[in-house]
Design a protein around this ligand. Structure first.
Ligand SMILES: [Zn+2]
Length: 262
């Protein structure tokens, strides 16, 4: 039975790795306005179209030692890290939200819904980091997941979700009116969509985590003179990180935090 579980675990990890490998393509192509479905995966250096074997994530990277089989050009290590992250996250979702049949973990619709949201968050955060812009289509993709979340998860309640959609986005919007360029419009829309998925408690937590992480990075960059006082750094990546952490572990974090006082 244990061997059976390991086989399934490996299959899930490979699935997650494949999805995130594809997200790497999306991240490269969407900001450049290229199609994500047209054009097979190829080596960026020599144009060699990857064979089926070379498309197996993680395994092929390790087997090829991070180099193109054709021209020997280095494959960015980002590809491997993305695949590992995808594998870990899908496996994590399967354990957290899956069910088990005769001791074999099975992914449910919940697993795919949460993993889809994590995937969209990764792409939003990464593209914002690269271009300082959050494409509307990606926020829309988050909104498409909203009815699915209402159907699949009893908590948070619908009112808590509606408050969640407003409790961070509206103050951000108002702050943006007072301090120009404090946030981008994409950040506000992102937190409205994410707030609905999270409910107000976890949405506040997500914002808190984003401010802590983004603030720490911004201070570090300022102190090491890698950015100037007038430069802006994208906030989207930290919002996405905060939302992802809150989605997976928000209830546990809030429970722990409240246990310190009560
Ligand atoms: Zn090549």
């Amino acid at each position: 039975m244990t061997a059976f579980r390991i086989v399934f675990g490996v299959l899930y990890a490979l699935f997650g790795a494949c999805v995130f490998s594809f997200l790497g393509v999306v991240i490269d192509r969407v900001p450049a306005g290229r199609s994500i479905v047209k054009g097979r995966s190829h080596c960026d250096a020599c144009g060699h179209v990857l064979s089926a074997g070379e498309l197996i994530p993680i395994v092929s990277y390790l087997f090829l030692r991070g180099r193109c089989r054709h021209c020997g050009a280095k494959i960015p290590v980002r590809a491997l890290l993305l695949e590992l992250l995808g594998g870990v996250l899908f496996l994590g979702c399967a354990v957290l939200y899956g069910t088990s049949l005769y001791g074999v973990p099975l992914p449910t619709l919940r697993v795919f819904a949460v993993f889809a949201v994590l995937s969209i968050l990764l792409v939003i955060g990464w593209i914002d980091q690269l271009t300082m812009e959050i494409p509307n289509g990606l926020v829309l993709a988050l909104l498409v997941c909203a009815p699915l979340f209402v159907l699949l998860f009893e908590t948070p309640s619908l009112p808590a979700r509606l408050i969640g959609a407003l409790c961070v986005s509206v103050p951000m919007l108002l702050l943006g009116l007072v301090i120009p360029n404090a946030f981008g419009g994409g950040d506000v829309k992102l937190m409205a969509a994410a707030g609905f998925l999270l409910g107000w408690k976890n949405c506040l937590l997500a914002m808190f985590l984003a401010v802590i992480c983004g603030g720490t990075v911004a201070c570090t960059l300022l102190l090491t003179h890698r950015v100037g006082r007038k430069d802006t750094i994208p906030f989207g990546p930290y919002l996405c990180l905060g939302v992802a952490v809150s989605l997976l572990a928000g209830d546990a974090i809030l429970g722990w935090y409240l246990s310190l006082f009560f």
